[in-house]
Design a protein around this ligand. Sequence first.
Ligand code: ATP
Length: 237
Amino acid sequence: MALLELDDITVHYGRIQAITGMSLSVDQGEIVTLIGANGAGKTTTMRAVSGLLKASTGSIRFDGDDITKVKAHVRVVRGISLAPEGRGIFPNMTVLENLDMGAYTRKRDKKYAANLERVFDLFPRLAERKTQTGGTMSGGEQQMLAIGRALMGEPKLLLLDEPSMGLAPQFIRQIFKIVRQIHEQGTTILLVEQNANQALAIADRAYVLESGEITHRGTGAEILADPAVKEAYLGVA
Ligand code: ATP
């Protein structure tokens, strides 16, 4: 069953059209990746799904409901959490305070404790650094914190916008391993990545975005093997 369904959406920044007639879906339990070059519209897509930007035409359905006109904060409560590009953590708050912000829709109850435990299991480094100020963490640690904060809302759909951006290779491997783990624990994921090879390797299905339009779609393996995609995005002719 489709958990998320974008039907022919168009997104504008003022008069600039960033997304044109995009249709895509993410089924319950899937990990789907959206790959594409700089400026293709990946972040714009994530903003449209999370409600930070409005689709000018088309519709967005989530978990059986039309959410096209639903506000961003309500989408969070419905189960859509975004770990934004460039981390977007609160730099002056501690690790624990940042995580609390992700849990703002819940009280400090048993669920809160269980979610916090899940985050600390996935990211032991965050547990060690609970009281450290977010802004003083390394880039990789801040990325972990952004993902951890999104998980505190116990999302049905986790939106990950370029989690590997700007990280050293050993951190990139670790982040992809953790993304796979989160998925194995039952969270449905839409993953945006420039690191196409690794994203496709863990994805059930993939979409390729070029200048605001989807040009290829298929299973992760099909897209990995597609000669045109290989040449354009995977660094092999
Ligand atoms: P990157 O990997 O570089 O972040 P992306 O695929 O996420 O790229 P977007 O950030 O979604 O791409 O940008 C898509 C298009 O929309 C680009 O042409 C970009 O210049 C334009 N755009 C993005 N943000 C704005 C904005 N705030 N105002 C005007 N145009 C914008």
